[in-house]
Structure formats: structure tokens, C-alpha cells
Design a protein around this ligand. Structure first.
Ligand code: C2E
Ligand code: CA
Ligand code: CA
Ligand code: CA
Length: 279
């Protein structure tokens, strides 16, 4: 038993070391990801469940890593959040989202608002809103073409600062969404204090609500709360027709998920929007 314990701890330490090593490698590679033009945005539509119209897009960042290939945020966002790299990445995302809108505007398209995801470090960083102002002014893209999603966990500790930033965004016409609702700890007090136009129900609820009675009741309660506060309620992770029908019946009228489309490239998103709206 003793030697087993020791070998286990050796395995454990080796794992820790390789995780550390992995972390430093990723952190090192991320340092130059922006300059080397390795980041790319994918877009996923948000759909009005009654009319079938696409009402907005969410921008989700991807990393074309030179040796690892196409990387999802799960691999690198937490690494970036542990350093200040997330600020550089998210400022790149802001620029790329606004550049995409400028291009679509020039092509004569009706703009669909693009929602970007912000981490706590972005909210706390100096002059984040000023940076957005400059990008918008330079590009001629209206502020309403942009939206912001913030998770409960990213507001933890700094609700006052978060509130100030959200007010500044709203003042410009940039709508704010509370993301991953139901997975944090202080949801209710944030709902009361923050200037929010939308509430996004975390996909874990959507994926369990038709299998688990408690999840179903909780999802119903979240929808009722959002509606009572006159917020738009959005469901993420909608994968089936049954989920979509349930959501409509219970008053959640905007959905996002693989049932409509996975996130796709800028070149493909308008084809996807057309296909959804033709159905
Ligand atoms: P999120 O904001 O909750 O984004 C939704 C995630 O669910 C996305 O994963 C999306 O691809 C995935 N998804 C969409 N529809 C479905 C579905 O029907 N079923 C399932 N199983 N999944 C679905 P993704 O793109 O891997 O992003 C993961 C997380 O990374 C995001 O969660 C967000 O928290 C973070 N993230 C993504 N882009 C950025 C960014 O630019 N900045 C920051 N700070 N965080 C980002
Ligand atoms: Ca989001
Ligand atoms: Ca979410
Ligand atoms: Ca999520």
C-alpha cells in the first residue's frame, strides 16, 4: 500500500509538472498569437423562435495554433485569464467584430448586432470603453451593432465597477447580457443591481430540462424572473426541436444552438442566416 501510495504521488506530481509545462507553453505561444494573426472569429446566430428571424450573432474566438491546429476557447481562455493576455485577446476580438461589421456595412448588408464575450480583466482594464469608442468612430459602425456578454463569475468581487462599465456601454447603445445564468453564486443580487437588457440561460439547463423535473422547474423559474424584470430571455445550447418547442411554450423566445447552427466562419455566416430564415 505504501509503495502504491508513493507511485501514485509520483504520477500525480508528474501530471502537475506536465500541466505546468503545458500552461507555460500555451502562455508563451499566446503572447504572439495576436501579432502573428492566428486568432479568428466564429459567429453563431441567435434566433427569434416565433418568427424564425435571426436577431443577432455571437462572436466566439478560435486560435489557429501553428502546431496544435484549430483550438477552442476551452484550451486557452482560462490560460489567458490567468495572465493579462485576455485583455489583448478581447481587444483583438472587439476590433475584429467591428471590422467584420464595417465590411458588411460597405457591402450593403443590414447589420445583425454582434455580441462579444468579456472577462473580468476587460471590465477592470483602463479605458476599455474608450477603446471601443475609438474603434467605432474610426470604422463608422454604429454602437448598436455591438453587444456585450458578461458572466456572473467574471463580475465577482467588482459589481460596482461592472455596473459603471455597463452603464457606459448602455449609454452608447451597446446592450448588455448576463451570460451563463444559473451557474454562478450571486445571480439574484446581480440581476437586481446591474443594467442588463438580456439574460442568457446556461446551456446546462437547456440540456437537462426535458430529462430532469427539477431542471425543468428551475428553467421555468429563470424564464419567469427574466420576463418579470422585462429582460430578453435567451436560451443557449438549443439542440433539438423538442427543446425549442418547450422554450416557446414557456415564454423564452430567443434561442441559440446547434439546432439552428454551430458557430461558423465570417464567410459562411450569411449563408447560414439565409438558410435559417427560409425554414
Ligand atoms: P459561452 O459564451 O457560453 O459560449 C457558448 C459556447 O457553447 C460556445 O463554445 C459554443 O460553441 C457552444 N455551443 C453553442 N451551441 C451549442 C449547442 O447547441 N450545444 C453545445 N453542446 N454547445 C453549444 P466555445 O465557442 O467553445 O466557447 C466556450 C466559452 O469560451 C464561451 O462560452 C465563452 O465563455 C468563452 N469565450 C469564447 N470566446 C471568447 C472571447 O472572445 N472572449 C472571452 N473572454 N471569452 C470567450
Ligand atoms: Ca457568451
Ligand atoms: Ca453562455
Ligand atoms: Ca458557457
Amino acid at each position: 500500500a505504501k509503495s502504491l501510495g508513493r507511485s501514485r504521488s509520483v504520477v500525480f506530481e508528474t501530471m502537475m509538472e506536465s500541466n505546468q509545462l503545458e500552461f507555460y507553453r500555451l502562455e508563451h505561444d499566446l503572447d504572439t498569437a495576436v501579432e502573428k494573426n492566428q486568432l479568428v472569429l466564429a459567429f453563431q446566430p441567435k434566433v427569434d423562435l416565433l418568427s424564425g428571424h435571426v436577431v443577432g450573432l455571437e462572436a466566439l474566438v478560435r486560435w489557429n495554433h501553428p502546431s496544435r491546429g484549430y483550438c477552442y476557447p476551452k484550451v486557452f481562455i482560462s490560460v489567458a485569464e490567468r495572465s493579462d493576455q485576455i485583455i489583448r485577446i478581447d481587444r483583438w476580438v472587439m476590433r475584429a467584430a467591428i471590422e467584420a461589421q464595417a465590411k458588411w456595412l460597405a457591402a450593403g448588408r443590414t447589420l445583425l448586432p454582434i455580441a462579444i464575450n468579456l472577462s473580468m480583466a476587460d471590465i477592470l482594464s483602463t479605458d476599455m470603453v474608450g477603446y471601443l469608442d475609438r474603434l467605432l468612430a474610426e470604422s463608422g459602425v454604429p454602437a448598436g451593432a455591438l453587444e456585450v456578454e458578461v458572466t456572473e463569475s467574471s463580475m465577482m468581487g467588482e459589481p460596482e465597477k461592472t455596473k459603471t462599465v455597463m452603464q457606459a456601454l448602455n449609454l452608447r447603445g451597446i446592450a448588455t447580457t448576463l451570460d451563463d445564468f444559473g451557474t454562478g453564486f450571486s445571480s439574484l443580487s446581480y440581476l437586481r443591481q446591474l443594467p442588463l437588457q438580456s439574460l442568457k440561460i446556461d446551456q446546462s439547463f437547456i440540456q437537462s430540462m426535458l430529462k430532469d423535473g427539477n431542471a425543468e422547474k428551475l428553467t421555468q423559474t429563470i424564464i419567469a424572473m427574466g420576463l418579470a424584470l422585462e429582460m430578453r430571455v435567451v436560451a443557449e445550447g438549443v439542440e433539438t426541436m423538442e427543446q425549442m418547442r418547450w422554450l416557446v411554450e414557456h415564454g423564452c423566445l430567443i434561442g441559440q444552438g446547434y439546432f439552428f447552427s454551430p458557430p461558423v466562419s465570417a464567410d459562411n455566416i450569411h449563408g447560414v442566416v439565409e438558410r435559417i430564415e427560409q425554414n
